[in-house]
Design a protein around this ligand. Structure first.
Ligand SMILES: NC(=O)c1ccc[n+]([C@@H]2O[C@H](COP(=O)([O-])OP(=O)(O)OC[C@H]3O[C@@H](n4cnc5c(N)ncnc54)[C@H](OP(=O)(O)O)[C@@H]3O)[C@@H](O)[C@H]2O)c1
Length: 295
């Protein structure tokens, strides 16, 4: 298997980390280019390799695997320019690293013989510094795209010490939505709980301290036993009276959370029903409670 040479366009956090650690893993760094020459020079300096080019077109022409690591909004335009300038040779592979966008944005007329893919590390990157440890080590990294791009992408992820997994191109947006729900919306959920504890005269820091064993224990139960078995509490027990009291007090002191509590209750009830331990009468009474007001 031949080792392809890499060009990086967009020398920011991810582009620089890829340049440094792919070069270190034995992938020759052919070229780097960015919006500014200073960023491209900095990347080549940190990688200890890679010719610095004024334009993405020249950098692309110099390698046979290209990473477009610009901000998401610029990826499509950079790719379109490369295609228009005929900078991509047949047999080359083009990747981007967006989590929200799929390789589907890299399809243009005149790209026959060019494979495209995306490689997305589920990780937040800080600017690359000299001597730093690899930010890819042990990180889950999704790969999708054309078969040959997925094959090469997986090989590169493994060489970087990451943990690769493949997703279908059509599911890329849902994959990103999942990450947002699991991470960002978890913050919102914990903020909801913390705000209720603030009504019990606890500071945000103390509220989190009190909740954290419960949060971490629940996450561990999901990991060990799955979501259905991890569910405990009044909805899982079918305790309508308790839930009704929650709803009444939330409406009294933090009415902005009433709708969220009701909706979360609806979805929690679905999980409780899946468990099979909830008697159907209690489940139906809870369902009526969680219906939108006036419906
Ligand atoms: N940061 C993260 O935590 C993270 C995690 C996973 C995936 N990603 C993805 O990785 C990709 C890069 O993100 P990033 O965080 O590395 O971005 P970043 O630090 O903002 O770097 C983007 C780089 O692209 C360059 N650039 C902007 N427009 C350009 C253009 N038209 N042509 C050439 N270069 C251009 C910028 O140039 P100059 O410096 O030269 O001005 C900058 O160095 C994105 O798709 C992002 O979604 C990021």
């Amino acid at each position: 298997m031949t080792t392809p040479s890499i060009s990086i366009i967009g020398c920011g956090r991810v582009g620089t980390a890829l340049a440094v650690f792919l070069a270190r893993a034995g992938f020759p760094l052919a070229g780097v280019a960015s919006r500014s020459l200073a960023s491209a020079r900095n990347t080549a300096r940190l990688a200890g390799a890679g010719q610095v080019f004024d334009t993405p077109t020249d950098a692309a022409k110099n390698g046979n695997v290209l990473f477009i690591t610009t901000p998401d909004a610029a990826i499509e335009g950079v790719f379109a320019d490369l295609v228009a300038q005929k900078a991509l040779q047949s047999g080359s592979v083009v990747f981007h690293c967006s989590g929200a966008l799929s390789s589907g944005i890299l399809v243009k007329e005149g790209t026959a013989g060019i494979a495209t893919g995306s490689i997305h590390p589920l990780q937040s990157f800080a600017p690359c510094e000299a001597g730093q440890a690899s930010p890819f080590k042990g990180i889950n990294i999704s790969v999708e795209g054309d078969d040959s791009a997925v094959e090469l992408g997986t090989r590169m992820v493994e060489a970087l010490g990451g943990v690769s997994f493949t997703i279908p191109t059509r599911a890329k947006t849902l994959y990103h939505a999942a990450a947002v729900v699991a991470s960002n919306y978890l913050v919102t959920l914990e903020r909801f709980a913390i705000d209720l504890l603030r009504e019990a005269e606890l500071s945000e820091a103390r509220a989190y301290e009190i909740l954290s064993p419960l949060i971490l224990g629940t996450l561990s139960n999901i990991g060990n036993r799955g979501t259905v078995a991890a569910l405990t509490g009044p909805v899982a027990r079918g305790d309508r009276e308790i839930v009704e009291r929650h709803m009444a007090d939330i409406e009294k002191v933090r009415p902005e959370y009433s709708e969220l509590y009701r909706l979360l209750g609806q979805y929690t009830l679905k999980i409780a029903r899946e468990g099979g331990d909830l008697d159907p009468g209690s489940a139906d009474r809870l369902e009526a409670l969680f219906k939108p007001p006036g419906s």
